[in-house]
Design a protein around this ligand. Structure first.
Ligand code: BES
Ligand code: MN
Ligand code: ZN
Length: 490
Protein backbone atom coordinates (compact mmCIF):
# COMPACT_ATOMS: atom_id res chain seq x y z
CA UNK A 1 0.00 0.00 0.00
CA UNK A 2 1.04 3.60 -0.61
CA UNK A 3 2.72 5.33 2.29
CA UNK A 4 0.34 8.20 3.13
CA UNK A 5 1.21 10.54 5.98
CA UNK A 6 0.93 14.12 7.08
CA UNK A 7 3.86 16.32 6.05
CA UNK A 8 6.12 17.30 8.90
CA UNK A 9 8.72 19.32 7.00
CA UNK A 10 8.53 21.45 3.88
CA UNK A 11 9.81 19.83 0.75
CA UNK A 12 9.26 21.09 -2.76
CA UNK A 13 10.66 18.18 -4.75
CA UNK A 14 8.41 16.03 -6.90
CA UNK A 15 4.84 16.78 -7.86
CA UNK A 16 2.45 18.90 -5.86
CA UNK A 17 -1.32 18.60 -5.92
CA UNK A 18 -3.69 21.36 -4.86
CA UNK A 19 -7.34 20.79 -4.05
CA UNK A 20 -9.87 22.93 -5.89
CA UNK A 21 -13.38 23.38 -4.48
CA UNK A 22 -16.26 23.60 -6.91
CA UNK A 23 -16.59 27.09 -8.38
CA UNK A 24 -13.70 28.76 -6.55
CA UNK A 25 -10.37 27.96 -8.16
CA UNK A 26 -8.79 30.95 -6.42
CA UNK A 27 -9.09 29.11 -3.07
CA UNK A 28 -6.55 26.67 -4.49
CA UNK A 29 -4.08 29.44 -5.23
CA UNK A 30 -4.11 30.58 -1.59
CA UNK A 31 -2.58 27.21 -0.66
CA UNK A 32 0.41 27.68 -2.95
CA UNK A 33 3.41 29.43 -1.45
CA UNK A 34 4.57 30.90 -4.75
CA UNK A 35 5.78 34.29 -5.90
CA UNK A 36 3.40 36.68 -7.71
CA UNK A 37 4.59 35.74 -11.22
CA UNK A 38 4.06 32.01 -10.58
CA UNK A 39 0.68 32.65 -9.01
CA UNK A 40 -0.36 34.66 -12.07
CA UNK A 41 0.70 31.79 -14.27
CA UNK A 42 -1.41 29.38 -12.20
CA UNK A 43 -4.44 31.67 -12.22
CA UNK A 44 -4.23 32.01 -15.99
CA UNK A 45 -3.82 28.25 -16.33
CA UNK A 46 -6.92 27.54 -14.23
CA UNK A 47 -8.90 30.01 -16.35
CA UNK A 48 -7.59 28.57 -19.61
CA UNK A 49 -8.50 25.00 -18.71
CA UNK A 50 -11.77 26.22 -17.18
CA UNK A 51 -11.21 24.16 -14.05
CA UNK A 52 -14.65 23.76 -12.50
CA UNK A 53 -13.46 22.06 -9.33
CA UNK A 54 -15.86 19.19 -10.01
CA UNK A 55 -15.05 16.13 -7.95
CA UNK A 56 -12.18 14.13 -9.40
CA UNK A 57 -11.34 16.46 -12.30
CA UNK A 58 -7.60 16.98 -12.68
CA UNK A 59 -5.62 19.53 -14.72
CA UNK A 60 -1.85 19.33 -14.75
CA UNK A 61 0.50 22.31 -15.14
CA UNK A 62 4.01 21.16 -16.05
CA UNK A 63 6.83 23.41 -14.82
CA UNK A 64 10.01 21.90 -16.27
CA UNK A 65 13.18 22.95 -14.44
CA UNK A 66 11.24 24.64 -11.65
CA UNK A 67 10.05 23.58 -8.21
CA UNK A 68 7.59 22.01 -7.92
CA UNK A 69 8.07 20.38 -11.31
CA UNK A 70 4.37 19.66 -11.84
CA UNK A 71 1.24 21.10 -10.29
CA UNK A 72 -1.88 18.95 -10.27
CA UNK A 73 -5.10 20.83 -9.62
CA UNK A 74 -7.72 18.37 -8.44
CA UNK A 75 -11.41 19.10 -7.89
CA UNK A 76 -13.17 18.15 -4.64
CA UNK A 77 -16.65 19.29 -5.74
CA UNK A 78 -18.72 20.45 -2.77
CA UNK A 79 -16.01 19.25 -0.43
CA UNK A 80 -17.99 16.39 1.07
CA UNK A 81 -16.33 13.04 1.74
CA UNK A 82 -17.28 11.62 -1.65
CA UNK A 83 -15.75 14.63 -3.40
CA UNK A 84 -12.47 14.13 -1.56
CA UNK A 85 -12.61 10.38 -2.28
CA UNK A 86 -13.01 11.11 -6.00
CA UNK A 87 -10.09 13.55 -5.80
CA UNK A 88 -7.89 10.96 -4.10
CA UNK A 89 -8.77 8.33 -6.68
CA UNK A 90 -8.09 10.71 -9.59
CA UNK A 91 -4.71 11.68 -8.11
CA UNK A 92 -3.72 8.04 -7.65
CA UNK A 93 -4.28 7.48 -11.36
CA UNK A 94 -2.71 10.70 -12.64
CA UNK A 95 0.32 10.60 -10.35
CA UNK A 96 1.09 6.89 -10.68
CA UNK A 97 4.41 7.60 -12.43
CA UNK A 98 5.62 10.29 -9.99
CA UNK A 99 8.20 9.41 -7.36
CA UNK A 100 6.42 11.38 -4.66
CA UNK A 101 3.34 13.52 -4.30
CA UNK A 102 2.52 16.30 -1.88
CA UNK A 103 -1.14 17.25 -1.52
CA UNK A 104 -1.84 20.76 -0.25
CA UNK A 105 -5.06 21.01 1.74
CA UNK A 106 -6.72 23.92 3.59
CA UNK A 107 -6.11 24.50 7.30
CA UNK A 108 -9.75 23.75 8.16
CA UNK A 109 -9.82 20.39 6.34
CA UNK A 110 -12.22 18.17 8.35
CA UNK A 111 -11.51 14.53 9.31
CA UNK A 112 -14.01 13.09 6.82
CA UNK A 113 -12.14 14.88 4.01
CA UNK A 114 -8.89 13.23 5.05
CA UNK A 115 -10.65 9.87 5.23
CA UNK A 116 -12.13 10.35 1.75
CA UNK A 117 -8.84 11.53 0.24
CA UNK A 118 -6.84 8.66 1.73
CA UNK A 119 -9.42 6.00 0.85
CA UNK A 120 -9.54 7.28 -2.72
CA UNK A 121 -5.74 7.32 -3.06
CA UNK A 122 -5.33 3.85 -1.58
CA UNK A 123 -8.26 2.14 -3.26
CA UNK A 124 -7.55 3.48 -6.74
CA UNK A 125 -3.86 2.59 -6.56
CA UNK A 126 -4.74 -1.05 -5.77
CA UNK A 127 -3.46 -3.65 -8.17
CA UNK A 128 -3.82 -7.40 -7.91
CA UNK A 129 -0.48 -9.19 -8.06
CA UNK A 130 -0.12 -12.94 -8.27
CA UNK A 131 3.46 -12.83 -7.04
CA UNK A 132 4.72 -10.88 -4.03
CA UNK A 133 7.81 -9.73 -5.91
CA UNK A 134 5.92 -8.10 -8.79
CA UNK A 135 7.21 -4.63 -9.69
CA UNK A 136 5.46 -1.91 -7.62
CA UNK A 137 4.28 1.42 -9.07
CA UNK A 138 6.80 4.29 -8.95
CA UNK A 139 4.56 6.37 -6.66
CA UNK A 140 5.28 5.11 -3.15
CA UNK A 141 4.67 8.06 -0.89
CA UNK A 142 2.02 10.77 -0.57
CA UNK A 143 2.29 13.53 1.99
CA UNK A 144 -0.70 15.62 3.00
CA UNK A 145 0.36 19.16 3.88
CA UNK A 146 -1.58 21.68 5.94
CA UNK A 147 -0.61 25.35 5.39
CA UNK A 148 2.64 26.29 7.12
CA UNK A 149 3.47 22.62 7.70
CA UNK A 150 1.24 22.66 10.77
CA UNK A 151 0.85 19.41 12.73
CA UNK A 152 -2.44 17.59 12.14
CA UNK A 153 -4.97 17.38 14.96
CA UNK A 154 -5.64 14.02 16.62
CA UNK A 155 -8.94 13.76 14.78
CA UNK A 156 -7.16 14.07 11.42
CA UNK A 157 -4.68 11.36 12.42
CA UNK A 158 -7.59 9.20 13.54
CA UNK A 159 -9.32 9.70 10.19
CA UNK A 160 -6.18 8.49 8.42
CA UNK A 161 -6.07 5.42 10.70
CA UNK A 162 -9.73 4.64 9.97
CA UNK A 163 -9.08 4.92 6.26
CA UNK A 164 -6.07 2.62 6.59
CA UNK A 165 -8.10 0.00 8.46
CA UNK A 166 -10.97 -0.06 6.00
CA UNK A 167 -8.71 -0.03 2.95
CA UNK A 168 -6.47 -2.80 4.30
CA UNK A 169 -9.59 -4.92 4.75
CA UNK A 170 -10.91 -4.01 1.30
CA UNK A 171 -7.56 -4.87 -0.28
CA UNK A 172 -7.63 -8.28 1.41
CA UNK A 173 -11.18 -8.88 0.14
CA UNK A 174 -10.14 -7.86 -3.37
CA UNK A 175 -7.04 -10.06 -3.28
CA UNK A 176 -9.05 -13.08 -2.13
CA UNK A 177 -11.70 -12.52 -4.78
CA UNK A 178 -9.27 -11.87 -7.64
CA UNK A 179 -7.28 -15.02 -6.87
CA UNK A 180 -7.74 -17.65 -9.58
CA UNK A 181 -9.67 -20.70 -8.41
CA UNK A 182 -6.89 -23.19 -9.19
CA UNK A 183 -5.19 -21.82 -6.06
CA UNK A 184 -8.29 -20.61 -4.27
CA UNK A 185 -9.63 -23.76 -2.63
CA UNK A 186 -11.82 -23.57 0.50
CA UNK A 187 -8.79 -24.70 2.56
CA UNK A 188 -6.64 -21.97 0.97
CA UNK A 189 -9.25 -19.32 1.81
CA UNK A 190 -9.38 -20.58 5.40
CA UNK A 191 -5.58 -20.35 5.66
CA UNK A 192 -5.67 -16.73 4.48
CA UNK A 193 -8.15 -15.90 7.24
CA UNK A 194 -5.95 -17.59 9.84
CA UNK A 195 -2.95 -15.59 8.57
CA UNK A 196 -4.80 -12.28 8.56
CA UNK A 197 -6.06 -12.78 12.12
CA UNK A 198 -2.77 -14.02 13.55
CA UNK A 199 -1.36 -11.81 16.29
CA UNK A 200 -4.39 -9.50 16.59
CA UNK A 201 -5.53 -9.53 20.24
CA UNK A 202 -9.24 -10.29 20.55
CA UNK A 203 -9.49 -12.15 17.23
CA UNK A 204 -9.96 -15.92 17.04
CA UNK A 205 -10.54 -18.23 14.08
CA UNK A 206 -12.08 -21.68 13.88
CA UNK A 207 -11.87 -23.71 10.70
CA UNK A 208 -14.35 -26.60 10.48
CA UNK A 209 -13.52 -29.52 8.18
CA UNK A 210 -15.87 -31.99 6.50
CA UNK A 211 -15.82 -34.55 9.34
CA UNK A 212 -17.08 -31.88 11.77
CA UNK A 213 -19.62 -30.62 9.22
CA UNK A 214 -20.97 -34.16 8.79
CA UNK A 215 -21.17 -34.81 12.53
CA UNK A 216 -23.04 -31.54 13.10
CA UNK A 217 -25.46 -31.87 10.18
CA UNK A 218 -24.21 -29.20 7.76
CA UNK A 219 -25.55 -31.36 4.96
CA UNK A 220 -26.19 -28.64 2.42
CA UNK A 221 -22.61 -27.33 2.61
CA UNK A 222 -21.42 -30.92 2.18
CA UNK A 223 -23.82 -31.54 -0.74
CA UNK A 224 -22.61 -28.46 -2.60
CA UNK A 225 -18.96 -29.32 -1.94
CA UNK A 226 -19.26 -33.01 -2.73
CA UNK A 227 -18.46 -32.73 -6.43
CA UNK A 228 -14.97 -31.40 -5.71
CA UNK A 229 -11.92 -33.50 -4.87
CA UNK A 230 -10.92 -33.96 -1.22
CA UNK A 231 -8.20 -31.28 -1.40
CA UNK A 232 -10.85 -28.90 -2.65
CA UNK A 233 -13.45 -29.98 -0.10
CA UNK A 234 -15.71 -27.64 1.91
CA UNK A 235 -14.88 -25.68 5.07
CA UNK A 236 -16.75 -23.47 7.48
CA UNK A 237 -14.71 -20.57 8.85
CA UNK A 238 -15.75 -18.66 11.96
CA UNK A 239 -13.77 -15.49 12.62
CA UNK A 240 -14.63 -13.80 15.87
CA UNK A 241 -13.86 -10.33 17.25
CA UNK A 242 -14.72 -10.21 20.96
CA UNK A 243 -13.81 -6.92 22.59
CA UNK A 244 -14.26 -6.55 26.33
CA UNK A 245 -17.49 -4.91 27.36
CA UNK A 246 -19.30 -5.32 24.04
CA UNK A 247 -23.07 -5.21 24.45
CA UNK A 248 -24.19 -6.19 20.97
CA UNK A 249 -23.31 -9.21 18.89
CA UNK A 250 -23.40 -8.89 15.10
CA UNK A 251 -23.08 -11.99 12.93
CA UNK A 252 -21.99 -11.51 9.33
CA UNK A 253 -22.50 -14.45 6.98
CA UNK A 254 -20.81 -14.52 3.56
CA UNK A 255 -21.27 -16.87 0.60
CA UNK A 256 -17.96 -18.56 -0.12
CA UNK A 257 -18.23 -20.53 -3.34
CA UNK A 258 -14.61 -20.65 -4.48
CA UNK A 259 -15.74 -21.55 -7.99
CA UNK A 260 -19.25 -21.99 -9.37
CA UNK A 261 -19.49 -24.24 -12.42
CA UNK A 262 -23.22 -24.58 -11.79
CA UNK A 263 -22.66 -28.28 -11.07
CA UNK A 264 -24.73 -30.75 -13.13
CA UNK A 265 -26.89 -27.79 -14.20
CA UNK A 266 -23.68 -26.52 -15.75
CA UNK A 267 -23.26 -22.88 -16.70
CA UNK A 268 -22.32 -21.83 -20.24
CA UNK A 269 -18.80 -20.40 -20.51
CA UNK A 270 -20.10 -16.82 -20.62
CA UNK A 271 -21.70 -17.27 -17.22
CA UNK A 272 -18.90 -19.35 -15.72
CA UNK A 273 -15.72 -17.55 -16.63
CA UNK A 274 -15.89 -15.01 -13.78
CA UNK A 275 -17.16 -17.44 -11.17
CA UNK A 276 -14.02 -17.21 -9.10
CA UNK A 277 -15.72 -14.13 -7.69
CA UNK A 278 -18.48 -16.26 -6.14
CA UNK A 279 -16.85 -15.95 -2.72
CA UNK A 280 -16.99 -12.14 -2.74
CA UNK A 281 -19.52 -12.15 0.11
CA UNK A 282 -17.25 -14.30 2.26
CA UNK A 283 -14.28 -12.05 1.51
CA UNK A 284 -16.27 -8.95 2.46
CA UNK A 285 -17.50 -10.25 5.83
CA UNK A 286 -13.99 -11.39 6.74
CA UNK A 287 -12.66 -7.97 5.73
CA UNK A 288 -15.25 -6.06 7.76
CA UNK A 289 -14.53 -8.15 10.85
CA UNK A 290 -10.79 -7.52 10.50
CA UNK A 291 -11.49 -3.80 10.09
CA UNK A 292 -13.63 -3.81 13.25
CA UNK A 293 -10.71 -5.40 15.10
CA UNK A 294 -8.18 -2.96 13.61
CA UNK A 295 -10.37 -0.07 14.77
CA UNK A 296 -10.98 -1.86 18.08
CA UNK A 297 -14.71 -1.19 17.79
CA UNK A 298 -16.59 -2.07 21.01
CA UNK A 299 -19.04 -4.44 19.32
CA UNK A 300 -18.80 -8.22 19.11
CA UNK A 301 -18.59 -9.39 15.48
CA UNK A 302 -18.58 -12.94 14.14
CA UNK A 303 -17.94 -13.63 10.47
CA UNK A 304 -19.18 -16.98 9.25
CA UNK A 305 -18.17 -18.20 5.81
CA UNK A 306 -19.44 -21.47 4.35
CA UNK A 307 -16.84 -22.36 1.71
CA UNK A 308 -17.26 -24.89 -1.09
CA UNK A 309 -16.42 -25.39 -4.74
CA UNK A 310 -19.52 -26.11 -6.79
CA UNK A 311 -17.82 -28.65 -9.07
CA UNK A 312 -18.97 -31.20 -11.55
CA UNK A 313 -18.15 -34.87 -11.10
CA UNK A 314 -19.72 -38.28 -10.67
CA UNK A 315 -20.25 -37.42 -7.03
CA UNK A 316 -21.95 -34.05 -7.56
CA UNK A 317 -25.40 -33.39 -6.11
CA UNK A 318 -28.18 -33.99 -8.63
CA UNK A 319 -31.45 -32.22 -9.45
CA UNK A 320 -34.12 -33.92 -7.33
CA UNK A 321 -31.76 -34.73 -4.47
CA UNK A 322 -33.01 -33.84 -1.01
CA UNK A 323 -30.85 -32.36 1.76
CA UNK A 324 -31.57 -31.72 5.40
CA UNK A 325 -30.08 -28.41 6.46
CA UNK A 326 -28.42 -27.70 9.77
CA UNK A 327 -31.35 -27.18 12.13
CA UNK A 328 -33.66 -29.54 10.25
CA UNK A 329 -35.30 -27.72 7.34
CA UNK A 330 -35.36 -29.91 4.22
CA UNK A 331 -34.75 -28.74 0.71
CA UNK A 332 -35.19 -30.31 -2.71
CA UNK A 333 -32.40 -29.35 -5.05
CA UNK A 334 -34.19 -28.46 -8.26
CA UNK A 335 -31.23 -26.60 -9.71
CA UNK A 336 -27.64 -27.39 -8.73
CA UNK A 337 -26.67 -23.87 -9.79
CA UNK A 338 -28.72 -22.37 -6.95
CA UNK A 339 -26.01 -23.50 -4.53
CA UNK A 340 -25.41 -20.23 -2.68
CA UNK A 341 -28.69 -20.34 -0.75
CA UNK A 342 -27.96 -23.95 0.20
CA UNK A 343 -24.65 -23.23 1.92
CA UNK A 344 -25.98 -19.99 3.43
CA UNK A 345 -29.03 -21.79 4.85
CA UNK A 346 -26.81 -24.09 6.91
CA UNK A 347 -24.58 -21.26 8.09
CA UNK A 348 -27.47 -18.94 8.99
CA UNK A 349 -29.32 -21.67 10.90
CA UNK A 350 -26.13 -22.36 12.85
CA UNK A 351 -25.63 -18.64 13.51
CA UNK A 352 -29.13 -18.19 14.90
CA UNK A 353 -29.05 -21.31 17.10
CA UNK A 354 -25.49 -21.26 18.33
CA UNK A 355 -24.26 -17.66 18.16
CA UNK A 356 -27.47 -15.90 19.26
CA UNK A 357 -26.86 -12.68 17.32
CA UNK A 358 -28.60 -9.38 17.99
CA UNK A 359 -28.27 -8.61 14.28
CA UNK A 360 -27.50 -10.92 11.36
CA UNK A 361 -26.40 -9.66 7.96
CA UNK A 362 -25.53 -11.86 5.02
CA UNK A 363 -23.70 -10.94 1.82
CA UNK A 364 -23.78 -13.12 -1.27
CA UNK A 365 -23.10 -13.13 -5.00
CA UNK A 366 -26.41 -14.91 -5.13
CA UNK A 367 -28.23 -14.31 -8.42
CA UNK A 368 -27.70 -13.03 -11.94
CA UNK A 369 -31.15 -11.48 -11.54
CA UNK A 370 -29.70 -8.92 -9.09
CA UNK A 371 -27.69 -7.31 -11.89
CA UNK A 372 -30.67 -7.43 -14.26
CA UNK A 373 -32.66 -5.41 -11.74
CA UNK A 374 -30.05 -2.95 -10.51
CA UNK A 375 -27.16 -2.82 -12.97
CA UNK A 376 -23.45 -3.10 -12.35
CA UNK A 377 -22.79 -1.00 -9.28
CA UNK A 378 -25.77 -1.27 -6.97
CA UNK A 379 -26.39 -4.12 -4.54
CA UNK A 380 -29.87 -5.31 -3.60
CA UNK A 381 -30.71 -5.03 0.10
CA UNK A 382 -33.55 -6.93 1.75
CA UNK A 383 -34.71 -6.49 5.33
CA UNK A 384 -37.90 -6.43 7.38
CA UNK A 385 -36.41 -3.79 9.63
CA UNK A 386 -36.77 -0.18 8.46
CA UNK A 387 -34.29 0.91 11.13
CA UNK A 388 -31.63 -1.61 10.10
CA UNK A 389 -32.17 -1.00 6.38
CA UNK A 390 -32.01 2.75 6.95
CA UNK A 391 -28.79 2.56 8.94
CA UNK A 392 -27.18 0.25 6.37
CA UNK A 393 -28.26 2.52 3.50
CA UNK A 394 -26.76 5.51 5.31
CA UNK A 395 -23.52 3.60 5.90
CA UNK A 396 -23.36 2.61 2.24
CA UNK A 397 -23.93 6.18 1.08
CA UNK A 398 -21.30 7.60 3.44
CA UNK A 399 -18.75 4.99 2.45
CA UNK A 400 -19.21 5.35 -1.31
CA UNK A 401 -20.95 2.04 -2.05
CA UNK A 402 -24.36 1.84 -3.67
CA UNK A 403 -27.37 -0.13 -2.40
CA UNK A 404 -31.06 -0.18 -3.18
CA UNK A 405 -33.65 -1.63 -0.85
CA UNK A 406 -35.95 -4.23 -2.39
CA UNK A 407 -39.28 -5.49 -1.04
CA UNK A 408 -39.63 -8.94 0.53
CA UNK A 409 -42.92 -9.45 -1.33
CA UNK A 410 -44.94 -12.08 0.54
CA UNK A 411 -46.99 -13.18 -2.46
CA UNK A 412 -43.99 -15.12 -3.78
CA UNK A 413 -43.31 -16.95 -0.52
CA UNK A 414 -45.76 -19.75 -1.40
CA UNK A 415 -43.52 -20.76 -4.32
CA UNK A 416 -40.80 -21.90 -1.92
CA UNK A 417 -42.55 -25.04 -0.70
CA UNK A 418 -41.74 -28.48 -2.17
CA UNK A 419 -43.86 -31.61 -2.66
CA UNK A 420 -41.56 -33.68 -0.46
CA UNK A 421 -39.67 -30.98 1.41
CA UNK A 422 -40.03 -27.71 3.30
CA UNK A 423 -38.30 -25.84 0.51
CA UNK A 424 -37.16 -26.01 -3.10
CA UNK A 425 -33.95 -24.22 -4.01
CA UNK A 426 -35.20 -22.92 -7.36
CA UNK A 427 -38.45 -22.00 -9.09
CA UNK A 428 -39.45 -20.96 -12.60
CA UNK A 429 -41.31 -17.78 -11.82
CA UNK A 430 -38.60 -15.16 -12.30
CA UNK A 431 -38.01 -12.58 -9.56
CA UNK A 432 -34.82 -14.52 -8.91
CA UNK A 433 -33.15 -12.18 -6.44
CA UNK A 434 -36.34 -11.89 -4.36
CA UNK A 435 -36.92 -15.65 -4.29
CA UNK A 436 -33.38 -16.27 -3.11
CA UNK A 437 -33.93 -13.70 -0.34
CA UNK A 438 -37.20 -15.37 0.70
CA UNK A 439 -35.43 -18.72 0.78
CA UNK A 440 -32.75 -17.33 3.11
CA UNK A 441 -35.42 -15.77 5.31
CA UNK A 442 -36.52 -19.27 6.28
CA UNK A 443 -33.23 -19.63 8.15
CA UNK A 444 -33.43 -16.44 10.18
CA UNK A 445 -35.54 -17.89 13.04
CA UNK A 446 -35.67 -15.55 15.99
CA UNK A 447 -33.69 -12.79 14.25
CA UNK A 448 -36.05 -12.48 11.28
CA UNK A 449 -36.72 -8.86 12.16
CA UNK A 450 -33.06 -8.03 12.81
CA UNK A 451 -31.72 -9.48 9.59
CA UNK A 452 -30.54 -7.93 6.35
CA UNK A 453 -29.50 -9.67 3.16
CA UNK A 454 -27.34 -8.17 0.44
CA UNK A 455 -27.35 -9.72 -3.03
CA UNK A 456 -24.13 -8.18 -4.36
CA UNK A 457 -23.54 -10.35 -7.45
CA UNK A 458 -22.83 -7.46 -9.81
CA UNK A 459 -21.03 -4.86 -7.69
CA UNK A 460 -18.54 -7.49 -6.46
CA UNK A 461 -16.73 -6.95 -9.75
CA UNK A 462 -15.83 -3.93 -11.86
CA UNK A 463 -15.33 -4.19 -15.62
CA UNK A 464 -13.03 -1.17 -15.67
CA UNK A 465 -10.83 1.14 -13.62
CA UNK A 466 -13.49 3.52 -12.40
CA UNK A 467 -13.06 6.06 -9.60
CA UNK A 468 -11.75 4.19 -6.57
CA UNK A 469 -12.46 0.82 -8.18
CA UNK A 470 -9.75 -1.08 -9.96
CA UNK A 471 -10.78 -3.45 -12.76
CA UNK A 472 -11.63 -6.80 -11.16
CA UNK A 473 -12.77 -7.50 -7.62
CA UNK A 474 -14.10 -4.47 -5.75
CA UNK A 475 -14.30 -5.77 -2.18
CA UNK A 476 -17.91 -4.61 -2.22
CA UNK A 477 -19.42 -4.55 1.24
CA UNK A 478 -16.33 -4.05 3.38
CA UNK A 479 -16.85 -0.31 3.40
CA UNK A 480 -20.60 -0.43 4.04
CA UNK A 481 -20.35 -3.01 6.81
CA UNK A 482 -17.41 -1.29 8.50
CA UNK A 483 -19.18 2.09 8.48
CA UNK A 484 -22.29 0.52 9.86
CA UNK A 485 -20.30 -1.26 12.59
CA UNK A 486 -18.61 2.05 13.45
CA UNK A 487 -22.02 3.70 13.80
CA UNK A 488 -23.41 0.75 15.77
CA UNK A 489 -20.48 0.83 18.17
CA UNK A 490 -20.56 4.60 18.66
N1 BES B 1 -23.15 -17.36 -8.39
C1 BES B 1 -24.37 -17.36 -9.13
C2 BES B 1 -24.98 -15.96 -9.27
C3 BES B 1 -24.19 -14.95 -10.04
C4 BES B 1 -24.42 -14.75 -11.39
C5 BES B 1 -23.27 -14.16 -9.41
C6 BES B 1 -23.73 -13.79 -12.09
C7 BES B 1 -22.57 -13.20 -10.10
C8 BES B 1 -22.80 -13.01 -11.44
C9 BES B 1 -25.41 -18.24 -8.44
O1 BES B 1 -24.91 -19.35 -7.78
C10 BES B 1 -26.32 -18.75 -9.50
O2 BES B 1 -25.88 -19.48 -10.33
N2 BES B 1 -27.58 -18.34 -9.44
C11 BES B 1 -28.56 -18.78 -10.37
C12 BES B 1 -29.81 -19.12 -9.59
C13 BES B 1 -30.85 -19.84 -10.38
C14 BES B 1 -30.35 -21.19 -10.84
C15 BES B 1 -32.09 -19.99 -9.52
C16 BES B 1 -28.81 -17.67 -11.36
O3 BES B 1 -28.79 -16.49 -10.98
O4 BES B 1 -29.01 -17.96 -12.53
MN1 MN C 1 -24.68 -21.02 -9.02
ZN1 ZN D 1 -22.98 -19.18 -7.09
Amino acid sequence: MLDIRFATARSASGAVAVVVPSGSPSAALDLLKLGPADLDECATFLEDVEHSGSAGSVHILPRPGRKPSRLLFVGIGDGDESGWRAAGAALARKARAETSLRVLVPQDTPPEAVRGLAEGLWLASYRFRLADDAEPDPLRRVTVALPGGGAPTDSLERALDQARAVVTATVLARDLTNMPSDRKTPAWFARQVVKAAAGVPGLTVEVREPAYLAAQGFNAILAVGRGATTERGPRLVELSWRPRGAKRHVVLVGKGITFDTGGICIKPLSGMKLMRKDMGGAAAVIGATLAAAAMRLPVRVTALTPLAENALSGDSMRPGDVVTHYGGLTSEILNTDAEGRLVLGDAMAYAVRRLRPDVMIDLATLTGAQGVALGKQTAAMYSHSDALAGALAAAAAASGESVWRMPLSEDYAAELGGDLTDLVNSTDIGAGSLLAALYLREFTGSVRDSWAHFDMSSPAWSDANDGELTKGATGWGVRTLTRWLEATAA
